[in-house]
Design a protein. Structure first.
Lengths: 289, 380
C-alpha cells in the first residue's frame, strides 16, 4: 500500500516530446509506471516510447482513462498546463517545472479550489511508491518498498535521506517532494493526514528547510492528530539570515523562519530532529526497533 | 529584483497613486536646480537599495535651493551599509498630519495577495508587528477577481479614514494593487502614505520588489535594475541562471537543489569547515552552467577547497562531470577538489571523473570531511 500513486495510477505526461519529459518518461516506464498517454499540442497522433501522443489532456483522459498527470513543460506554459489538467478531470497533477511566476500560481490555486484535483508542486521532484509507481524525476534505484512515509520541501535532499533509509534496510511506502515555491498545491499537513490514514505507513519522515512557517504548522498538526511517530531534518541551520525574505514578508509569515524556530517547534511536540541527513535513518531505525 | 524609491513611486503614479513632485539628481548642482524649480522646502533622499536610509543620515530636509545643494553634496557619495549613494531624489516636502502604512505581499498560507495596513505608518512595519500586532490589518484579495471597491472602502474605514479621504484611499489602494499585479510584484509598499495639512493623501515613500521568475515578461522593468543591488559574483551567477549567495568560509560548494545545498553547508560546518558560498545549480544543469558555477566559486580568493555534491535526477551525473572537466580546462587552478556524484547517470559521471583522476567520495559525509582536510592543506 501507499498513498496517491500506485498500481492504479494511469499517467499522462504533459510535455512528453520535450527533452526532459521524454527522458523521464522512459525512466518512469522502466520503473513500471503505467504511462498511458502523452500530450504535446500539435503532435497529436504521433507515438513516442510506445505511448500515444495527444493534442489535449481532455483527449488523453477520454481515450486512455488517464487519472494522473505529470508536467514537464517550460515555466511560462506550466500554469496553463496545470489548469488544463484540472479542467480535463485529472485527479492528481504533479508539476515538476521550476520558475513559475508566483502570481500565476496564486491564480492557479484559486482555480483549483473550484475543481476536484490535487496538485503536487510545482518545483518538486514528484512522488514514488517504491515497487508500484514512480511519478517524478527521482533516481528510482535508491528506493525500496517498506513502511516509512517521507514528505519534503526539497528534492535532492529527500534522495539523501531515502538513500540513508535504504542503506539501513528501511523501505518506504511513499516518498513525496511537495516543492519549495511560495505557493504549492499540497502542503505538509495534507500529506501527514494521508500517511496517518495509510495502514502500511508506520513511521513518517518530514524534511524541512528555513523560510516560512510550514514546519511549525506541521508541528501543531502532529501534536493534535498524529498517532504515528515522526522524525525530521531541517536544512539551513548555518544559513545566514535575511538573504531571501522581503520586508513585509516576515510579518505575514509570523517570524523569520529560522531553523532553530522550526526545530524547537517540532521537538516540543515529540518529533525527533536529526542533525545530519543520515542520522534520520538511525533515529527511524531506533524507533521502529 | 529590488526597485529604488523613485522607480517604485513612478510606477505607482502610473496607476493613479499621488506622489510628491520631484526629480532625481546625480550632482549637487542638479539638486539645486530641481529645488529651484519645485520652490519651497524640499527633502533630499539617497537612492540606495537598503533600508534605514533615514537613520544613516541619507534623508535630509532643505529650506531653500542653496541648502538643497549643500545637503545633496553631503549625501551623494555617502556610504550606507556598504553601498555608495550615486543618486538622490529631490521631492517637495509634504505637510504631514498623519502617517499610514499600506503594503501588498503574497501570503503563502492562503496563496493569495494580501494587503497589510496600519494607521501607525512611517515606522518599520516589523516593529509595529512586534510591539502592537493589533494595529495591523490584513486583507486578502482574490487573484481572479482583483481588488474590489468595497474591500478598499472597508480598509479605509478600518484605518480610521473619514470623509473625502475615503474615495482618495479607494483609488490609491486599487492603483497599488494594479501596480503590484501588472508588474508581477512580490512586495509593493507605501510607507508612509500621509494625510497632508490640506486633507489629501500622498505616497511619500515607496518600495517595490519584483518576482524574478516573471521578469521575462517585463523587459522594461528588468532594464531598471541597479547593478549595485548585488555583488559582482552574485550578478554573474544570476545571469548564468544559478542561485548563489556569497559567504565568508574557505570551502566552495556546488550542489543541485536548494535544500541539499543548505544541508551541505550544515555538514561542512559539522565537520569543522566553513562554507564559502551557497550555490544551487538548479535542475537539469548542463555542462556550461556547471562550468560557469565553478568559475564563480574559484573567483573567490578565500576558497581553499571545492566540494561538489550532486544527487542526480533531472540533473545528470555525466553532464555535471563533463562540466567540471570543461571548466578546469579553462580555469587552471591548484585548488583541491572532491566530487560526490550519485543518482541519475552516476556511473557514467564517475567514469568520466575517474578517467581524469578527479578525487571522488561515495557519501556526503566522506566528501565533506575530505574537503575540510583539503582546505587545511593536508593530504587526503
Amino acid at each position: 500500500m501507499s498513498i496517491l500513486v500506485g498500481k492504479d495510477t494511469r499517467l499522462v505526461v504533459q510535455g512528453i516530446t520535450g527533452r526532459e519529459g521524454n527522458f523521464h518518461t522512459q525512466q518512469m516506464i522502466e520503473y513500471g509506471t503505467n504511462v498511458v498517454a502523452g500530450v504535446t499540442p500539435g503532435k497529436g497522433g504521433e507515438w513516442t516510447l510506445g505511448v500515444p501522443v495527444f493534442d489535449t489532456v481532455k483527449e488523453a483522459v477520454e481515450t486512455q482513462g488517464a487519472n494522473t498527470s505529470i508536467i514537464y513543460v517550460p515555466a511560462r506554459f506550466a500554469a496553463d498546463a496545470i489548469m488544463e489538467a484540472a479542467d480535463a478531470g485529472i485527479e492528481l497533477i504533479v508539476c515538476i517545472t521550476e520558475g513559475i511566476p508566483v502570481l500565476d500560481m496564486a491564480k492557479v490555486r484559486t482555480f483549483l479550489d473550484q475543481k476536484d484535483a490535487r496538485l503536487i508542486g510545482p518545483n518538486c521532484p514528484g512522488l514514488i511508491s517504491p515497487g508500484e509507481a514512480k511519478v517524478g524525476i527521482m533516481p528510482a534505484h535508491i528506493h525500496k518498498p517498506g513502511k516509512v512515509g517521507l514528505v519534503s520541501r526539497s528534492g535532492t535532499l529527500t534522495y539523501e535521506v531515502v538513500q540513508a533509509l535504504t542503506d539501513l534496510d528501511l523501505g518506504q511506502s511513499t516518498a513525496i517532494g511537495i516543492g519549495g515555491d511560495p505557493i504549492i498545491g499540497t502542503n505538509f499537513i495534507d500529506v501527514l493526514k494521508l500517511f496517518e490514514a495509510d495502514p502500511d505507513t508506520e513511521h513518517v519522515v518530514l524534511i524541512g528547510e528555513i523560510g516560512g512557517t510550514a514546519e511549525q504548522k506541521a508541528a501543531e498538526y502532529i501534536a493534535k492528530h498524529m498517532s504515528k511517530p515522526v522524525t525530521s531534518f531541517i536544512a539551513g541551520r548555518t544559513a545566514p539570515p535575511g538573504k531571501r525574505m522581503g520586508h513585509a514578508g516576515a510579518i505575514i509569515q509570523g517570524g523569520e523562519g529560522t531553523a532553530a524556530e522550526k526545530i524547537a517547534a517540532l521537538e516540543a511536540v515529540g518529533v525527533k530532529v536529526a542533525t545530519l541527513p543520515t542520522e534520520v535513518a538511525e533515529l527511524v531505525k531506533a524507533s521502529m526497533g | 529584483m529590488k526597485l529604488h524609491e523613485y522607480q517604485s513611486k513612478r510606477i505607482f503614479a502610473q496607476y493613479g497613486v499621488p506622489i510628491p513632485n520631484g526629480e532625481v539628481a546625480t550632482t549637487p548642482a542638479e539638486a539645486k536646480a530641481i529645488a529651484e524649480k519645485l520652490g519651497g522646502r524640499v527633502v533630499v533622499k539617497s537612492q540606495v537599495l537598503v533600508g534605514g536610509r533615514g537613520k544613516a543620515g541619507g534623508v535630509k530636509l532643505a529650506n531653500d535651493p542653496a541648502e538643497a545643494e549643500a545637503v545633496a553634496k553631503k549625501i551623494l557619495g555617502m556610504d550606507i551599509k556598504g553601498l555608495t549613494v550615486e543618486k538622490v531624489l529631490v521631492d517637495e516636502a509634504a505637510d504631514i498630519k498623519q502617517e499610514i502604512y499600506l503594503g501588498i505581499v503574497i501570503d503563502r498560507a492562503i496563496h493569495k495577495p494580501v494587503f497589510i495596513a496600519s494607521s501607525e505608518g512611517g515606522v518599520e512595519i516589523e516593529i509595529v508587528a512586534k510591539e502592537n500586532p493589533d494595529a495591523i490589518i490584513h486583507l486578502p484579495v482574490d487573484p481572479l477577481l482583483g481588488m474590489q471597491d468595497f474591500q478598499a472602502r472597508n480598509l479605509a474605514f478600518d484605518l480610521g479614514l473619514r470623509g473625502k479621504l475615503i474615495n482618495q484611499f479607494v483609488k490609491i489602494a486599487k492603483g497599488l494593487y494594479q501596480a503590484f499585479v501588472e508588474s508581477d510584484g512580490s512586495l509593493a509598499e507605501i510607507n508612509p502614505l500621509v494625510v497632508t495639512g490640506e486633507g489629501k493623501l500622498l505616497a511619500v515613500d515607496g518600495k517595490m520588489l519584483l518576482d524574478d521568475n516573471a521578469l521575462y515578461r517585463h523587459p522594461d522593468l528588468e532594464a531598471m535594475r541597479d547593478r549595485q543591488e548585488e555583488d559582482e559574483s552574485e550578478r554573474i551567477a544570476r545571469e548564468a541562471g544559478l542561485s548563489f549567495v556569497k559567504l565568508d568560509g574557505e570551502i566552495g560548494c556546488m550542489v543541485n537543489g536548494a535544500g541539499l545545498a543548505m544541508a551541505t553547508m550544515d555538514i561542512v560546518k559539522h565537520y569543522g569547515g566553513e562554507p564559502a558560498n551557497f550555490l544551487d545549480i538548479g535542475g537539469g544543469a548542463k555542462a556550461e552552467k556547471v562550468a560557469a558555477a565553478l568559475r564563480i566559486i574559484l573567483a573567490d580568493p578565500k576558497v581553499k577547497a571545492v566540494l561538489f555534491n550532486i544527487f542526480g535526477d533531472i540533473t545528470r551525473g555525466d553532464e555535471v562531470a563533463n562540466g567540471i572537466l570543461q571548466a578546469l580546462e579553462e580555469v587552471k587552478t591548484d585548488i583541491p577538489m572532491v566530487a560526490r556524484l550519485v543518482g541519475t547517470n552516476e556511473e557514467e559521471g564517475r567514469a568520466i571523473l575517474q578517467a581524469a583522476n578527479f578525487p571522488s567520495a561515495s557519501s556526503l559525509s566522506e566528501a565533506a570531511q575530505m574537503a575540510v582536510t583539503m582546505a587545511k592543506g593536508e593530504q587526503v
